[in-house]
Ligand binder design. Sequence first.
Ligand code: DOR
Length: 446
Amino acid sequence: MLKKANGQIVFPPDSSEQAPKVLIENGRVIDPVNGIDGIKRVALSGGKIHAISDEIPEGFVAERTIDASGKWVVPGLMDIHVHLREPGREDRETIQTGTNAACAGGFTSVACMPNTSPVLDEESKIRYVVQRGESCPCRIYPIGSITKGLLGEELSPFGEMVRAGARGFSDDGKSVYNSKLMRNALNYVKSFNVPIISHCEDADLVAGAHMNESAVSTRLGLRGMPSVSEEIIVARDTMLAEYTGARVHIAHVSTAGSVRIVRDAKKRGVKVTCETCPHYFIFTDEALGNYDTHKKMNPPLRSEADRQAIIEGLADGTIDVIATDHAPHVSEDKKDVEFEAAAFGVIGLETSIGCVLTHLVHKDILSPTDMVQKMAVAPNRILETSGGSLSKGADADVTIVDPKAEWTVDPDAFYSKAENTAFAGHRLQGFAACTILGGKIVFERK
Ligand code: DOR
């Protein structure tokens, strides 16, 4: 089915084509790395940031001028946690459709998880993703698996994968069950300046469960995952990070206890960072209503106390990053099945910025600078990638955000192949108006 598009992807990248000279005028430039927050001109040239100034730089003749009145001009956003499904499940998403969705959502880079088929557990597979990404409108940083085949038995060859372009390692979708193997992974990763990204869930405590363990799971008659199943592994992996001196990044934090463990570990100087996703600060398990499969994900939606703790963790800086865990599924696995048979996961690339603006920034929980910090600066720092600032000479990856535009989420209008959003029909305020990658305009909203 052909979807109606919200905007226009204007750039099937052609590396031979020169990036034009672009001048962005009248926008509020927010660049925390350089301490900038004010109305400025941004000049792009040769695919790089040429200048940020009050006046047009001397001798600069723009080939394209963008009027960003009423909008924010920020470093290109990065989503540190997405599933692009290629290789293997191209019926759910492809690298092309996933990165189209990313650039329509304002992202200029994404880190993609290795639970593909085959698993990204060796150099050739990382290389495949990197090469496929070269013709896409968004930078891709693959995450390699911690263990071969995600089987939790033998470490994958980290060195060759880092050389091929991997920027971190994760068995996302499950935890590494064996603590000795996790300790070895943390020791091993220290040589490569990339993090271990930990999906935290105790496999025995969640076996056969489909949602949060709570009064709601009792009412629905579904087996629940207790919050402690996440927290046990968050505690273990931050302790192992402390013990080994390695860096761990905790994926999709969903509980109050996880926030507390990370906060305490940070105070002790442990090299731990973490992320959450919009669904965890917007919904509770009550949103499952009458078995809504579009609210089924792993970790699951939790209680109101957990949701409040996530918001507090975002506000006080314990939670470093907002990611999406974009997890595309076909409708046979999601819409047309009963709850217990439905797959875990929701998509998020095209709704993330709207959710963050509507539910955090416009409610004064996060400032616009905090938002840029959590959606551009911190993800790049964690993966040690080069984006996240508008510094002179940096790659001209820029997102122009319209913070006020009101819109209704319509899955038919997504660039993603998938429609399994938790936000269908939601009214949101704010979206990406224009996305610029390496100085080339890749997306403009109609
Ligand atoms: O809900 C989820 N879906 N959580 C994960 O950790 C994996 C993801 C997927 O790959 O579908």
